[in-house]
Design a protein around this ligand. Structure first.
Ligand code: NAD
Length: 256
């Protein structure tokens, strides 16, 4: 279904980005991966998938490296048809104690990077008459939690950015939407599970149960595979007129 398309998924060496990249590749897209950590392990996930896979190590907090990544994608794999702005980090602390350098990094990686990838990839999508921009925001793009001021600000910003660019592209063949997951058990959340277990003096299973019970009424984690299938759906013709939406995939979290 996505054969002949090229997708760039930022932060796709792990977690949600990897899940979305695999789903897009499974449906035929060639994919440019990005992110840190065990790149070879991430690439191995695509062994049995018939798609071309590239990788660029751009640090999403550095605009010049983002520009290099876009150029690399176009040079080696193809024009970017599907852009998934997924790279993201978290830091949990009260605002008075929030390290300013963490604030800057979160805003740069979670929000500003999407501006740079979008401004660089959108002209080609417009010219070719088709494109999909998927911004991986969060339930924290819609509602807040304490101690996550930078993250909540970045994700509310990303949802706002999504709406604005969706309006600018409303008559183009390019759609722009946000996906807002609740808890997904990835390395980003495992750190919070571990911190909760230590703070409450409970085991990991109980810490997971408590995190879910506090926010996510379904008491189930959303999976990267579920988010991947939503991303694929948003690339189908059925989604041609879905523009500027923010999809909660949060077990009822934001409904409360
Ligand atoms: P993760 O830690 O598993 O993956 C994050 C990815 O981003 C990794 O590939 C990492 O290498 C990459 N990355 C981090 N800093 C980077 C940088 N400076 N430049 C390039 N790549 C960088 O986390 P995840 O849970 O899969 O999160 C992915 C996205 O989903 C994030 O934007 C996160 O905010 C969002 N999200 C996660 C959850 C959750 O519960 N896990 C919920 C809602 C939203």
């Amino acid at each position: 279904m996505l054969t002949g398309k090229t997708a760039l998924v930022t932060g796709s060496t792990s977690g949600i980005g990897l899940g979305i990249a695999k789903a897009l590749a499974t449906h035929g897209a060639n994919v440019v991966l990005n992110g840190f950590g065990d790149v070879d392990a991430a690439k191995r996930e695509f062994r049995d998938i018939d798609a071309e896979i590239g990788y660029h190590p751009a640090d999403m907090s550095v605009p010049a490296q983002i520009a290099d990544m876009i150029a690399y994608a176009e040079r080696t794999i193809g024009h970017i048809d599907i852009l998934v702005n997924n790279a993201g980090i978290q830091h949990v602390a009260p605002v008075e104690d929030f390290p300013p350098e963490k604030w800057d990094a979160i805003i740069a990686i979670n929000l500003t990077s999407a501006f740079h990838t979008t401004r660089l990839a959108l002209p080609g999508m417009r010219a070719r008459g088709w494109g999909r921009i998927l911004n991986i925001a969060s339930t924290h793009g819609l509602v807040a939690s304490a101690q996550k001021s930078a993250y909540v600000a970045s994700k509310h910003g990303l949802v706002g950015f999504t709406k604005s660019v969706a309006l600018e592209t409303a008559t183009a063949g390019v759609t722009v939407n946000a996906i807002c997951p609740g808890w997904v058990l990835t390395p980003l959340v495992q750190k919070q599970v571990d911190a909760r277990a230590a703070a409450d003096g409970v085991d990991i299973a109980e810490a997971k149960r408590r995190l879910l019970a506090e926010k996510q009424p379904s008491l189930q984690f959303t999976t990267p595979e579920q988010l991947g299938e939503l991303a694929v759906f948003l690339c189908t013709p059925a989604a041609d007129n879905i523009r500027g939406a923010a999809f909660n995939v949060d077990g009822g979290w934001a409904a409360q």
